[in-house]
Ligand binder design. Structure first.
Ligand code: COS
Length: 386
């Protein structure tokens, strides 16, 4: 699946224009009010951002992952809260349905997800199951043709905005093989949301707990209709999501570098621009080279992903996605740190963008699998090679 090159170039220019003209000017509002305004969300729907990864037959734009990464790279050039609004519909919320859902599930949910009419979140993490995802405790008890879901999901991105969840619950005993993925409408009796999480950064990004107390869900809402396959669905979704996050990290590194260069060009000390000092140039050079390395890695891994049949388990793809996520999210952390350093005291002041981006990017090393989880996945893969 991919969009023809000419239409894709037009889409990319529209996204670039939208970011420059609508999103960047709204960054201060989002930071101040901890809110992405509704009119911007409406414009995102209009632009088709919610449906980037959904095939055209279901009303989306049908980008390949390599193309999706290019758009994510662009979206990385502004406050990450904007990307977060569309992120779950493009990625972790929708992709399980697309990869493993029945035809009826795809036909029912994907068009609404693609248009943004339905926002969908991904509910895997729990209070006692973060990195150790297969230890999740949310239970799904069979009751006639239904399942009764009970448990707690934590730090669920877009939960306050979601009309449905792709939600993992234990239906069949311990371990990964006992987990099923459900499509859970948000308005079912027994489902409630916790209070909004107060986070270090990414103001405007909405996360909270999702609590389930005997929520009755028909067994036809199990993704693919077969219980016990939910953990693999979640892992495949995360493989893809990790490439998207990697591209986002590169986009943000590029924006921080732009901010740093602009500051180094106008700020004067010791009678000259600070950018004329070689020690400042060294920081800019390190950031530029690391950004180029990271972005090349993401593009290569995305091409590898696109070359394989969609939605199947492929250890090589999984390993490359983890290499990308590990390298790029650590890289943007270093670029942000240098950005603050180049700004000096100003870099610690909230009105400068680098202060916010420094906090925003910290999350990239944590969600969709910490750096240490990526290392485990890469290491495991390497030790399996003959
Ligand atoms: N694609 C498809 N299947 C996969 C897979 C992948 N990428 N990774 C693992 N699996 C399968 C395995 O093949 C195994 O299947 P079998 O039992 O048939 O052999 C099953 O899933 C269990 O795999 P494994 O034993 O490797 O699972 P672990 O419990 O050891 O967990 C890690 C593996 C740690 C990698 C996983 O729990 C993980 O990614 N944790 C991080 C979770 C995360 O990213 N959370 C963020 C939440 S979303 S913001």
């Amino acid at each position: 699946m991919s969009l023809d090159q000419e239409t894709f170039s037009l889409l990319k220019s529209s996204v670039q224009r939208f970011i420059a003209e609508r999103l960047v000017p709204a960054e201060n509002y989002v930071e101040e009010h901890d809110l992405v305004p509704d009119d911007i969300i409406d414009d995102m729907k209009e632009l088709g951002l919610f449906g980037l990864s959904i095939p055209e037959e279901y009303g989306g734009i049908g980008l390949s992952i390599a193309q999706e990464c290019e758009v994510a790279y662009e979206l990385g050039h502004t406050a990450l809260a904007f990307r977060s609004v569309v992120g779950t519909n493009i990625g972790i919320g929708s992709q399980g349905i697309l990869m493993d859902g029945t035809e009826a599930q795809k036909a029912e949910y994907l068009p609404k997800i693609a248009s943004g009419e339905l926002m969908i979140s991904f509910a895997l993490t729990e209070p006692d199951a973060g990195s150790d995802a297969s230890a999740l405790k949310t239970r799904g008890e069979k009751d006639g043709d239904d399942y009764l879901l009970s448990g707690n999901k934590r730090y669920i991105t877009n939960a306050p905005r979601a009309g449905a969840f792709t939600l993992m619950a234990r239906t069949d005993g311990p371990g990964a093989g006992g987990i099923s993925a459900f499509i859970v409408p948000a308005d079912l009796p027994g489902l409630s949301l916790g209070k909004s999480d107060k986070k270090m950064g990414q103001r405007g990004t909405k996360t909270c707990d999702v609590n389930l107390d005997n929520v009755r869900v028909p067994s036809t809402n199990i993704i693919g209709g077969v219980p016990g396959k939910g953990f693999k669905t979640a892992m495949k979704v995360l493989d893809r999501g990790r490439l998207h996050v990697s591209a986002l990290a590169c986009g943000m590194a590029s924006r921080i570098l732009q901010e740093s260069i602009a500051y180094a060009q106008q700020r004067k000390q010791f009678g000259q621009r600070i950018g004329d000092f070689q020690l400042v140039q060294a920081m800019l050079a390190d950031s530029k080279a690391e950004l180029m390395a990271g972005w090349s890695l993401v593009q290569a891994a995305a091409r590898c992903y696109d070359a394989k049949p969609f939605g199947i388990t492929d250890p090589e793809v999984s390993m490359q996605a983890s290499c990308s996520k590990m390298f790029t999210t650590e890289m943007v952390g270093r670029v942000a740190d240098r950005g603050v350093q180049i700004h000096g005291g100003a870099g610690y002041i909230n009105e400068y963008k680098v202060e916010r981006f420094y906090r925003d990017v910290r999350l990239l090393r944590l969600y969709e699998g910490t750096t240490q989880i990526q290392q485990l996945i890469i290491g495991k893969h390497l030790m399996r090679q003959n």
